[in-house]
Write a protein that binds this ligand. Structure first.
Ligand code: AMP
Length: 493
């Protein structure tokens, strides 16, 4: 096994692991309320903190940020009344390591010579630490420990005259994954990295001149505000939305799409349509492929809720085995991964799931979940299902083995902690205590996405967590503290 970089960049242990949701609206009544609703629909993308920045008349910005859930932060009428204006940008944060501090809560905001600018970023930059070091040498004073702040400083030092050119200048210097929304006096701007790793969609609220544009991480956020889906923002595309309409720029030329396949498997909400493909139907198809690939004689198919539900439905219907909710999830406990220590993570699993005994007792059970990361969940669930009287427990996973860490915005632990990085499938089955264990194959996953299989020359998706094929350089993570770019504004005029 080839040693891999740590997921911690070398100069900052803090805050570089973020999965997030972004939402923005241009020219709508109740822009802040729409944004709060959009963020609520995107709550699954981040539960640690949220923020909204609005733009009122004459370049006056208003902001509110808080730690916790969207409903708690923006449920206060006074807070909402203070967020004046017809344009807004919002952000949900999901940072899993490091400090939980208000200074890291986005949208970030800064005053430039051209006026104020708010930035909300989903994704993870892979050269932020290197850039930060160079920026600090130039005298930039960082206010937060989030990688996203490098955008702000790169924009500040750019020598281009207008904000869009400065943003492009900044984007050309960063590596990594980003879907971002920026708001300034003159426009709402949406941008995706050249490979389009993280999602970003465009929608429209109302028709004609009074209509408003909406940008969001996922279509579920358009649905909640009643916006019509127009299209995905393309990889490497910038859209500039203002009172004259929408303008698109492709500053990176032709690029190869590498959309994150894990969005389909786990991260996106099942009712979202991502890159033209409904997430729910895809998950069901993955379940059907899985049943074809690794059928086992059984009495009942039980999903690990909620993440395993659509795949288990696909599995059950393909295998002709009854589907039952043999595990019940308590919805008032956050995702297991949010808990910071191993001890609490173990506790979290027990708090979250309980066995529905009559559906399990005396039966041969196929358990379906979307992924095995550390193996903590599977181990606990298998044990729980056995304690509830299952005769056999067969674990089926609707993704290939997670053998590599993600550096592009999905929280995964260090490679050493990934069960599949250290054990083969048989050993994993023994560790989690299952009678059998099977994962969908890489080709099976691509078939479920409508392709003949994985085309190694052009996979079309980022599947680095399953293959180690990192399409974007991992500059910060390669342990070269002395590598500092000498001239940051080399691209600028
Ligand atoms: P583990 O217990 O470490 O094996 O984690 C596997 C469980 O965590 C599965 O039930 C997944 O649904 C869930 N999961 C997988 N990836 C993530 C992630 N990036 N963030 C939060 N939960 C995850």
């Amino acid at each position: 096994m080839q040693p891999l970089p740590s997921t911690q960049p070398w100069d900052d242990e803090d805050g570089f692991h973020e999965e997030c949701g972004v939402f923005g609206v241009w020219n709508a009544t109740d822009a802040a309320a729409l944004t709060a609703l959009g963020l609520h629909a995107l709550q699954h993308r981040g539960q640690e903190a949220s923020g909204i920045v609005t733009l009122a008349e004459k370049g006056a910005f208003h902001a509110h940020r808080g730690l916790g859930l969207v409903g708690d932060i923006f449920g206060d009428a006074k807070v909402m009344a203070s967020l004046k204006g017809r344009c807004a940008v919002g952000h949900n944060r999901y940072a899993t390591t490091g400090e939980t501090a208000l200074r890291n809560v986005q949208p970030l905001f800064a005053d430039f010579e051209f006026g104020g600018l708010a930035v909300a970023h989903n994704g993870n930059l892979t050269n932020a630490a290197v850039l930060k070091r160079a920026l600090v040498r130039r005298g930039c004073l960082f206010q937060s420990t989030t990688d996203s702040e490098v955008f702000v400083h790169l924009i500040a030092i750019s020598l281009y005259a207008n904000v869009v050119d400065r943003l492009i200048d900044a984007l050309k210097q960063v590596q990594g994954a980003y879907s971002l929304i920026a708001l300034h006096d003159g426009a709402l701007i949406g941008a995706r990295d050249p490979m389009g790793v993280r999602p970003l969609v465009l929608g429209r609220l109302g028709a004609g001149e009074g209509g408003a544009y909406v940008l969001a991480s996922e279509t579920c956020a358009l649905d909640i505000v009643g916006a019509e889906f127009i299209r995905d923002i393309e990889p490497g595309e910038l859209v500039i939305i203002n009172n004259d309409g929408l303008r698109s720029i492709k500053p990176f030329g032709r690029t190869q799409s590498r959309f994150c396949i894990f969005e389909y498997i786990y991260f996106a909400r099942p009712d979202s349509v991502v890159e033209g493909t409904p997430v729910y139907a895809t998950r069901k198809r993955i379940g059907s492929e899985l049943a074809r690939e690794s059928h086992v004689e059984a009495d009942v198919v039980v999903p690990v809720p909620d993440s395993g539900v659509p795949a288990a439905m696909g599995y059950a219907s393909e295998a002709g085995i009854p589907f039952e909710l043999g595990i019940i999830r308590n919805h008032y406990v956050g995702r297991t991964f949010i808990e910071p220590t191993d001890q609490i993570r173990h506790l979290g699993v027990k708090l979250k799931h309980s066995a529905n005994r009559p559906m399990i007792e005396g039966k041969r059970v196929v358990l379906v979940d979307d992924s095995i990361v550390r193996g903590t969940t599977s181990k606990k669930i298998v044990e729980m299902v056995r304690q509830a009287g299952a005769k056999e427990v067969h674990m089926r996973i609707s993704s290939p083995p997670t053998t590599h860490s993600c550096f592009y915005g999905i929280d995964t632990p260090e490679r050493e902690k990934l069960l599949a990085a250290n054990h083969d499938v048989e050993e994993m089955a023994r560790i989690i205590g299952a009678d059998s264990l099977a994962f969908i194959s890489l080709d099976g996953m691509y078939r479920a996405l409508g392709r003949p299989g994985r085309d190694a020359a052009n996979p079309g998706y980022c599947d680095a967590c399953f293959t180690g094929d990192y399409a974007i350089p991992l500059t910060d993570f390669e342990g070269q503290p002395e590598r500092v770019p000498t001239l940051l504004v080399a691209n600028s005029k």
